[in-house]
Design a protein around this ligand. Structure first.
Ligand code: SAM
Length: 243
């Protein structure tokens, strides 16, 4: 999958391809990251990308002419890619959105800075606005990195173990079950005995029960959206009885 990121801070975004899963995905050619700096599209001698807001007030606004030229060039390089503006006013991203985005050929991610971008850019050249949460960042770069990371781990072959992403929280509407590794006991806390039983059916049942139980406890809003089958209802009852 191809990511074109329009950013005044390309070195910040490039860092996403320097560690872990996303770095390996870039090495394997599962993702390509192309950063485009709007400053390269500024036409004056100071390479100005921002200007004072009409109507007055604090801060600066990213210029429509410069950003539109940048987006149009990015679009020429990857015509099939949707243009997404990272914005606190956008739709809050979730796993389902990332999962459907992972099926796209590419995305053009537009990172704002300062007070944001000239509104006409959104009207003329942005397909969607995505937020990474109800708080305000200084720029869209961290948002773009969040999007690239979460989409990349969903691409076939990106994770060492094919099932890992399927078992992650949210993939089936539930939070993930707890995980344990050696040592078997720490500070008088042993691991749950079933995990040593070697009985794979029992282990799978226990994991499902824990996923249901912890979703009930930590994110009841997620559980409310699900239509649990009889088996899941029973597992949840068992979990709650054990508390
Ligand atoms: C300081 S913010 C501008 C905020 C804008 N004045 C507002 O209140 O809607 C600068 C840039 O950071 C990015 N940004 C800020 N918060 C974000 C969030 N929650 N999700 C995604 N991008 C965000 C956007 O690209 C935005 O243009």
């Amino acid at each position: 999958m191809r990511f074109d990121v329009i950013t005044l801070f390309p070195e910040m975004v490039q860092a996403v391809t320097q560690s872990g899963v996303t770095s390996r995905a870039a090495e394997q050619g599962l993702i390509t990251l192309n950063c485009i700096n709007p400053r390269d599209y500024a036409t004056d001698k100071h390479r100005t990308v921002d200007d004072r807001p009409y109507g007055g007030g604090p801060g600066m606004v990213m210029k429509a002419d410069v950003v539109l030229s940048t987006i149009r060039d990015a679009k020429q390089q990857s015509p099939a890619s949707k243009v997404v503006y990272l914005s606190p006013q956008g739709k809050t991203v979730n796993q389902a959105m990332m999962s459907s985005a992972a099926k796209e050929e590419g995305l053009i991610l537009l990172c704002g800075r300062y007070e944001g971008i000239d509104e006409r850019i959104i009207e003329l050249a942005v397909d969607e606005e995505w937020s990474i949460g109800d708080y305000v960042l200084s720029g869209g770069e961290l948002g773009a990195m969040v999007v690239i990371d979460s989409i990349t781990r969903l691409l076939p072959g990106a994770l060492g173990h094919e099932q890992s992403a399927e078992q992650d929280s949210f993939s089936d509407g539930l939070l993930d079950c707890p995980h344990y590794t050696r040592p078997e006991e720490i500070e008088e806390k042993p691991i749950p005995a079933v995990l040593k039983s070697g009985n794979h059916a029992e282990i799978a049942k226990w994991r499902r029960m824990e996923a249901l139980g912890r979703t009930y406890q930590k994110r009841p809003d997620l559980l409310e959206k699900l239509d649990l089958n009889e088996q899941d209802k029973k597992l949840l009852e068992v979990f709650l009885r054990q508390q």
